[in-house]
Design a protein around this ligand. Structure first.
Ligand SMILES: *[C@@H]1O[C@H](CO)[C@@H](O)[C@H](O)[C@H]1NC(C)=O
Length: 309
């Protein structure tokens, strides 16, 4: 099961890599009307000069959820460790020789793994949408710099569909052809929604009843700002940003409700299985299992079932 997950994850990362860093997938070349107002907005320079540059956006989107999840789970881990009596603690140490992983550590890896998978999935969906539609950014004609005289644009409403109508910087033109849906909007909503749902569903501590919605609302506002900034800087249309919000929101919802649902609606600490279920297995059946793989399965399965039920 783990190998299967690793293969899927590796495939997802590779696909995301091909979309991001290679030109394996050709962008659909969409035509335009001469002097079309929708695409003649000013060009405010490369993405790095944006108010929310990609380096910062990607760092926040990848780093903040990882930090929040790790920190929250660490607190849970410490709480569990402190609240456990000495007998239970010894059992954990006994099982901790080779293959045993504390359920809370496994939980943390699962939350982080599902998050990372969804992040790459969002990236792939958005890139695929951009490449297939080839929708033009609001500043497209500004960077395209078509030679209107050569194209014969004196007549009104002439539609230019031929390739090579642009004379501007090729890289900028290619970027301006990838607009729908907005990647920045999708990634930031995905991150904000996933973290919000994670906190809402897993933190049951007293006194967080107000803090949780406030935090969730704050995160969603930040994501909204990241999307609005795209429109303000003429890098995306409203439709791109809204489509990005929908893609990111849908994938986050699916990841939490569809993939992580095992944890839904349960108070956290009751989820931790009783270690007794492992040590109670008869000594004979345990000695019969010779291979480490079987031993691993024997020690892991009770935990897995206890978590799923
Ligand atoms: C545009 O095309 C016309 C006719 O082909 C040519 O004379 C003119 O120099 C071109 N302008 C630019 C800016 O390339």
């Amino acid at each position: 099961m783990l190998y299967f997950q690793i293969v899927i994850m590796a495939g997802t990362i590779m696909l995301a890599y091909y979309f991001e860093y290679t030109d394996t997938f050709n962008v659909h070349v969409q035509g335009f009307f001469c002097y079309d107002n929708a695409y003649t907005k000013p060009y405010l320079g490369p993405e790095e000069l944006s108010a929310i540059p990609p380096a910062i956006l990607y760092t926040v989107v990848a780093g903040v959820p990882a930090l929040v999840i790790s920190a929250t789970e660490s607190v849970f881990f410490l709480l569990q460790y402190v609240s456990e009596d000495v007998d239970n603690r010894e059992k954990i140490t006994v099982m901790g020789d080779c293959c045993y992983l504390n359920p809370l550590v496994r939980r943390t890896f699962r939350f982080l793994g599902v998050y990372a998978f969804g992040l790459f999935a969002t990236d792939i969906f958005v890139n695929a949408g951009q490449v297939v539609t080839g929708n033009l950014a609001p500043h497209f004609l500004t960077v395209c710099k078509p030679n209107y005289t050569a194209l014969g644009c004196q007549q009104a409403a002439l539609f230019i569909s031929q390739q090579g109508a642009c004379t501007g910087n090729e890289e900028d033109v290619l970027r301006a052809r990838k607009s729908f849906p907005s990647k920045e909007a999708a990634l930031s909503v995905y991150a904000a929604l996933y973290v919000s749902m994670y906190i809402t569903c897993s933190v049951k501590a007293k006194g967080t009843r107000l803090a949780k919605p406030v935090l969730s609302l704050g995160l969603m506002c930040l994501a909204l700002l990241a999307g609005i900034n795209r429109v303000v800087e003429y890098r995306n249309h409203w439709s791109d940003v809204i489509a990005g919000f929908i893609v990111g929101g849908a994938i986050a919802t699916f990841m939490v409700v569809g993939v992580l649902q095992k944890f839904k609606g349960k108070p956290l600490l009751s989820e931790i299985p009783h270690e007794g279920s492992i040590t109670d297995t008869p000594a004979i059946s345990r000695t019969e299992l010779e291979s480490p793989g079987e031993k691993y399965a024997a020690t892991q399965n009770p935990i897995t079932f206890a978590e799923v039920t």
